[in-house]
Every structure is written in structure tokens, then in C-alpha cells.
Design a binder for this molecule. Structure first.
Ligand code: GDP
Ligand code: MG
Length: 442
């Protein structure tokens, strides 16, 4: 998403960056371009108007900061205002005082409710160590129940269902009761959608709301629908009093207008963003990071957070200690490989690094098969060999190569790399030792 908008804004700013002085006329000219870029990205026109005025007012009247050029100052203001537009701070999912926290997923057909229900269950378990129960309350769409049950199986997480002959209100109530009995801390209710907002649908959703008193009503909207997403959000909000929005399909080539307007128009915070069809492609929505992304400032924070979810801190400390004493074994090595794997496809991670050029990245084929080969070699070692690689002699190498379907050269290369790595760590450790008291590398 946002490529078009990002490109235009960055081009506009690039023109200003080099200049020592920026006149009021320059600012006006720049804001004219920003305005056009936003409108073209399908941002609501009222939102654009207010945005441009706010920036102009601040940028023109602002005192000059020494560390920034006037061009950078304007970019800073645009960045701050973009952030504000999308909600200022990250807005977290509710947690009820008394469990279970009841979450109702609502939205039009095809917006991504069912998918997001699975993604959210996965997120809550992985990130917050929760035990959610999913509930299948869409009895109309053919195979909607199957779809949720399949997600449940894939995640090994429970799905509450009473088939498609029972009233959705009773299904929702039944799910909440079961969650209480089985001590689930969240209930995620997947509801039915329609092609358009209609009275029937709203009536049913209101009855479910009445019956289960949800702590959170999340509207799932398809970001690809642009302006329509904003209208949909407005009507759902009027009828149901939403507590949050999930924008899906932000991975597609949406022009970004929905993300930039929906909070401003409805006053409802965007809590999550769907970034793909896969189960782990749901991210907490960070207005600040999104703004930086649009303005091309990279997304270091997202990268760090992604790494943190997957690396167990205790283990990381232990590993660090091993590295310091250079006791690293192939068992540790394997574990590290796994953790890198869990972070997701490597090219996706690379794309988040600031300055990483998307077009250039397309030509970089991250060689996942190489990692697979390394893993196979390590797995073909005995535990003695993994702990003490120095025992690996020629006949052991032959056996390992055969067991992993690789060649002796491959095995040699890995052993060499491993030794180099240990050496390098030792050097780093020594350096760190000398730097002690000054905070070392941190
Ligand atoms: P529902 O009718 O609201 O329950 O929508 P579904 O969950 O069945 O999703 C409709 C389609 O959108 C499915 O093909 C999903 O895989 C797809 N989808 C959902 N979220 C995303 C997303 O964040 N990105 C992409 N690319 N596709 C998504
Ligand atoms: Mg569905």
C-alpha cells in the first residue's frame, strides 16, 4: 500500500531538502503538491483540507530549529500531522476486568472478518499468552463455519460452533458461557456480513451486542475500497458504537486513503492492520510508524518488535553468555536458525530495513534453500558432534554429508564458517571487555 502516495510525497520533499532557505511561497508550493498527492491517494477531501491548513499554520509560523533545514522542518511537521491524523498513539485491544474479554468482529462480506478472527486469536496467544475461544456466528455464508473451523485446526485452537440452524445470538451467548466454564480469557465472535450495510444485518448485530455486552466491537474494513471504507465505518459506528477498526489488505496496492481518513472521520481508532492472507500477517497499527513509512523513513521499530516476539529473552541472554565465552555449539546454532525462521520470510524482513530499496530487493533472491541445507547438515550430526565439532573427522564428514544429502565440501564449508564465527565472537568479546565501563556495544 501507499507506494504511489509515498513516491509523490518523497519527490516533493526531495526538491526542498537541499535548500538552505525555504520561503513562504516554497511552503505553499510544497503543500499544494501534498494536497494533490493526498487527494489522489483517495483521502477524504475534508480531511485533506484540514490537514493542509494545520501543516501550513505550523510550518510557516514555526521558529527555526538549529539541527534541521527549513525543508526538513516542514517534513517534520507533515510527519507529525500525518501521525495525528491516524490516531497519534497505538491503540491496544481491550482487556476486561473480569474474563473473558468479549470481542465482536463485524463488517461487510469479504472484508476479512473470518481471516482476522483467526489472525487475532493467533496474535493474542503468541504475543500476550492468551487463550482465546473463537465462535462461528456467521450462519448464512456457505462454508463460513468450515472456514473458521479450518483456521482453528491450523492453529490448534478451539472454535465454538452450533451449526447453521441455530440463531447467531444463541451461538454468541453459548460461546461466552463455554469460555467462562473453560476459563478462556478472550472470546472472538465472527459474525455475518452483507454486501452492503442493511437493516437486517444491523438488527442482528445489535441483538448480539445486547446479549453478550462485548468489551470490544471491531469493524473489519477492506482498505482497498478507499472512500467506501470510510462510509461503511461511519454507518457501522452510528449503529453499533464501535471501539476499534481493523484495516485489512494494506498489503495490496491500495492508495492508502482509508488508512488516512477513517480515524479522522469516525473518531474510532485503528487497532490492527492486515498485511496479507497468512495467519501471522496481522500487525498492531502504529500511526507514527505508518506515517514514517509513507514518508520513507523506514520502519525500524516494526522490525525490532517482530524480532522481539520471536526471540525468547532468557534464551537470548544465555546465548549471549555462550558467545562471550565462545562455547557456542551447533545446538545453539540450530536454535538460532529456527528463530530467524520464525521471524518470517527473510525478504519480508529485509524490506523493513530503512533505506532498503524495494525495487532493488526484488532482484535479491534470499536463498532459503541455503538455510535448509545448513539445517540438514547440522541435523545429521550426532549430539556429541554438535557439542564438540572438533571430533568431526573425515569419515564423520562423509557420514554427515550422506545423511543430509549434501557434499563433503558443503560440510567443510559449514564447519569453517562456524569456526570463523566463533573466532569473530571471541574478538568481539575481547573488544567488549576493553570497552567495559563505557557501556560496550549497547
Ligand atoms: P469475511 O467475509 O469478512 O469473513 O472475509 P474473509 O475472512 O473470508 O476474507 C475474504 C478474503 O480476503 C479472503 O480471501 C482472505 O484471504 C482475504 N484477506 C483477508 N485479510 C487480508 C489481508 O490483510 N490481506 C490480503 N491480501 N487478503 C486478505
Ligand atoms: Mg466470514
Amino acid at each position: 500500500a501507499f507506494e504511489g502516495l509515498a513516491e509523490r510525497l518523497q519527490a516533493t520533499f526531495d526538491k526542498m531538502k537541499g535548500r538552505g532557505k525555504v520561503s513562504e511561497a516554497d511552503v505553499k508550493e510544497m503543500m499544494r503538491e501534498v494536497r494533490l498527492a493526498l487527494l489522489e491517494a483517495d483521502v477524504n477531501f475534508k480531511v485533506v483540507k484540514k490537514f493542509v491548513n494545520d501543516v501550513k499554520e505550523r510550518a510557516v509560523g514555526q521558529e527555526v530549529m538549529k539541527s534541521l533545514t527549513p525543508g526538513q522542518q516542514v517534513i517534520k511537521v507533515v510527519n507529525e500531522e500525518l501521525t495525528k491524523l491516524m490516531g497519534e498513539e497505538q491503540s491496544k485491544i481491550a482487556l476486561a476486568q473480569k474474563p473473558p474479554t468479549v470481542v465482536m468482529m463485524v463488517g461487510l462480506q469479504g472484508a476479512g472478518k473470518t481471516t482476522t478472527t483467526g489472525k487475532l486469536a493467533n496474535f493474542l496467544r503468541k504475543k500476550n499468552n492468551r487463550k482465546p475461544l473463537m465462535a462461528a456466528a456467521d450462519i448464512y455464508r456457505p462454508a463460513a463455519i468450515d472456514q473458521l473451523e479450518t483456521l482453528g485446526k491450523q492453529l490448534s485452537m478451539p472454535v465454538f460452533s452450533l451449526g447453521d440452524q441455530v440463531n447467531p445470538v444463541d451461538i454468541a451467548t453459548g460461546a461466552v458461557n463455554q469460555a467462562k466454564e473453560e476459563h478462556h480469557d478472550y472470546v472472538l465472535i465472527d459474525t455475518a456480513g452483507r454486501l452492503h450495510v442493511d437493516e437486517d444485518l444491523m438488527g442482528e448485530l445489535q441483538r448480539i451486542k445486547e446479549a453478550v455486552q462485548p468489551d470490544e466491537i471491531l469493524l473489519v474494513v477492506d482498505a482497498m475500497t478507499g472512500q467506501d471504507a470510510v462510509n461503511v465505518a461511519e454507518s457501522f459506528n452510528e449503529q453499533l458504537d464501535l471501539t476499534g477498526i481493523v484495516l485489512t489488505k494494506l498489503d495490496g496496492d491500495t492508495r492508502g486513503g482509508a488508512a488516512l481518513s477513517v480515524k479522522a472521520v469516525t473518531g474510532t481508532p485503528i487497532k490492527f492492520a492486515g498485511m496479507g492472507e497468512k495467519i501471522d500477517q496481522l500487525e498492531p497499527f502504529h500511526p507514527e510508524r505508518m506515517a514514517s513509512r509513507i514518508l520513507g523513513m523506514g520502519d525500524v521499530l516494526s522490525l525490532i518488535e517482530k524480532a522481539q516476539t520471536n526471540v525468547d529473552e532468557e534464551r537470548a541472554k544465555e546465548l549471549e553468555k555462550k558467545m562471550r565465552t565462545a562455547e557456542l555449539t551447533f545446538d545453539d546454532f540450530l536454535e538460532q536458525l529456527e528463530q530467524v525462521r520464525n521471524m518470517g520470510p527473510l525478504d519480508e524482513l529485509l524490506a523493513m530495513i530503512p533505506g532498503a530499496n524495494k525495487k532493488a530487493l526484488k532482484n535479491v533472491q534470499v536463498d532459503e534453500s541455503q538455510i535448509g541445507r545448513v539445517e540438514a547438515i547440522v541435523r545429521s550430526m550426532t549430539s556429541h558432534e554438535k557439542q564438540q565439532p572438533s571430533v568431526i573427522n573425515a569419515s564423520r564428514k562423509r557420514r554427515i554429508a550422506k545423511g543430509s544429502g549434501t557434499s563433503i565440501q558443503d560440510v567443510n564449508r559449514l564447519l569453517k564458517q562456524f569456526e570463523d564465527m566463533k573466532k569473530m565472537m571471541k574478538q568481539m568479546t575481547n573488544m567488549q571487555g576493553k570497552k567495559k565501563g563505557k557501556g560496550g556495544f549497547q
